[in-house]
Design a protein around this ligand. Structure first.
Ligand code: F3S
Length: 372
C-alpha cells in the first residue's frame, strides 16, 4: 500500500497517511477554477459560489478572506439583477456536486438577460455523467432507483434530471423494504434504471444490487460509484485493519468522509473523526501505537499535513518533569571533568584495594590503595 506520508518509530509504532488522502479530481478542479478567478479578479468584480464550494470550513473561510461569497439558489435572481448596477462582472460557480436542472436553467436565463452575470459550471464530470444517464433514460414508463442519500445536493441534482417515478434509498435495508412492499408486476416491461450516489459505500451498493437482481423485473444497472471513493474506502479498510487508532479527517457535512469513517470503524473500533488538527484534542502522539490517517475528498493538503505532523511528533517518550526535559536535567545536574582539574569529592566506599568518591560528575572517582 502506498502512503502519502509515513513515520515509523523504533518503538514499534507508526503514523501513516493513506496515499490518496486529500482533494479528489473533481474537488481539485473546482477549487483551481475559483482560485484562478480570484487571481484574475478585476475591479468591481464579484465572485460567488452556489453553496459552499467544498465541505471544509477552514477552506471556505480562506475563500471568504479572498472575497469569495456564498449564495443560495434563491439568491440567483437578486444577484443577477445587481450585476447590472455594479462596476464589474459577477461570476457564480457551481460546485462539484452539481445542481438541479431547474437551477441550471435559472442561471442560464439570468446570464442571457444580464450581460455582466456569468456562471461557471464546476460540476464534476462523473456527476454530469449520471445527469445524462437520468435524462436519457427518462420516460417510457421507466422508473429510477438511486442508492444514496435523498437529501444530499448531488442526489437532488441527479433526481431532477429524471422524468418519471424515482426514489433514492440510503441503505440496502430501505431498498428491500420498499421493493417488497411494491410487489413488482412481472408483466410490466418498463425498465428500472439503477444508479448510485458517487460516494456510496461499495458494500451497501453490492448488497443493493443483489436485492435488485432478485426483485426487479427489468433492471438496467449503471455502476456510478466514483473510482476515487472506492479506492479511498479500500485504503481505509486496509489501513484500519493494521492500526490501533484511525483518524478520519473531513468536514462534518462531508458525505464521503462519513462513509470513510464508517468503513474505518467497521475494522478499527478506535476511529475518530475530526475536521482539523485542533480537534485532535486529547489524542496525543504515542510511538508504540500504529496510527492510520485517511481524509475525505474535500480535505485540503495542509490540514492533512498538520494532523500528520502533530501525530508523528518524536519527542513523545521522554519523561517530562515539571515542564523540563528529563535528559537535560540529568545532564545539567552533573559537572563535566577534564584531565588536570582539582575537585572535591565525598567518600562513598572504602575497601582494602580502593576508595570510591562521589565527585558530583557523571563518573565516580576511584583511588587505588597505592594512590592514597
Ligand atoms: Fe467527482 Fe469523485 Fe470527487 S465524483 S467530486 S472525483 S469523489
Amino acid at each position: 500500500m502506498k502512503y502519502k506520508y509515513e513515520k515509523v518509530f523504533p518503538e514499534g509504532g507508526a503514523v501513516r497517511v493513506a496515499g490518496s488522502a486529500g482533494f479528489c479530481f473533481g474537488v481539485r478542479r473546482a477549487t483551481e477554477r475559483v482560485e484562478a478567478a480570484v487571481r484574475a479578479e478585476g475591479p468591481g468584480d464579484r465572485l460567488l459560489t452556489l453553496g459552499k464550494l467544498i465541505h471544509n470550513d477552514s477552506y471556505i473561510s480562506r475563500l471568504s478572506d479572498a472575497g469569495v461569497g456564498v449564495i443560495s439558489e434563491s439568491d440567483i435572481p437578486r444577484v443577477a439583477a445587481e450585476s447590472e448596477t455594479g462596476s464589474g462582472d459577477t461570476y457564480v460557480f457551481i460546485r462539484a456536486h452539481g445542481v438541479t436542472r431547474e437551477t441550471e436553467a435559472a442561471l442560464a436565463d439570468a446570464a442571457k438577460k444580464y450581460p455582466h452575470f456569468h456562471y461557471i459550471d464546476c460540476t464534476c464530470p462523473y456527476v454530469k455523467k449520471i445527469h445524462r444517464i437520468a435524462e436519457e433514460n427518462s420516460g417510457g414508463g421507466n422508473s429510477f432507483i438511486l442508492i444514496g442519500s435523498a437529501d444530499h445536493p448531488e442526489v437532488r441534482g441527479i433526481m431532477s434530471y429524471f422524468n418519471g417515478r424515482k426514489n433514492a434509498y440510503a441503505t440496502s435495508d430501505e431498498l428491500l423494504t420498499a421493493l417488497e412492499n411494491e410487489k413488482m408486476d412481472k408483466s410490466v416491461k418498463c425498465a428500472q434504471i439503477v444508479v448510485a450516489q458517487t460516494t456510496q459505500n461499495t458494500a451497501e451498493w453490492k448488497k443493493s444490487l443483489k436485492i435488485i437482481e432478485r426483485l426487479c423485473t427489468n433492471a438496467i444497472i449503471f455502476d456510478t460509484i466514483c473510482n476515487v471513493t472506492e479506492v479511498r474506502q479500500l485504503e481505509a479498510e486496509k489501513l484500519g485493519r493494521m492500526c490501533d487508532l484511525m483518524i478520519v479527517i473531513g468536514g462534518q457535512d462531508s458525505s464521503n468522509t462519513s462513509k470513510l469513517a464508517a468503513v474505518s470503524r467497521s475494522v478499527c473500533k478506535d476511529t475518530v473523526r475530526i475536521a482539523n488538527a485542533e480537534e485532535l484534542d486529547g489524542i496525543i502522539p504515542n510511538a508504540h501505537l500504529k496510527v492510520g490517517i485517511v481524509a475525505g475528498a474535500s480535505t485540503p493538503d495542509d490540514i492533512i499535513e498538520e494532523v500528520f505532523k502533530t501525530m508523528s511528533e518524536t519527542k513523545i517518550d521522554k519523561v517530562e518533569i515539571e515542564g523540563e526535559n528529563f535528559d537535560e536535567m540529568l545532564n545539567s545536574a552533573f559537572k563535566t571533568l577534564n584531565t588536570g582539574d582539582t575537585v572535591t569529592g565525598t567518600v562513598i566506599a572504602i575497601s582494602d584495594q580502593e576508595m570510591k568518591l562521589d565527585l558530583g560528575a557523571k563518573v565516580t572517582g576511584i583511588l587505588t590503595a597505592d594512590q592514597t
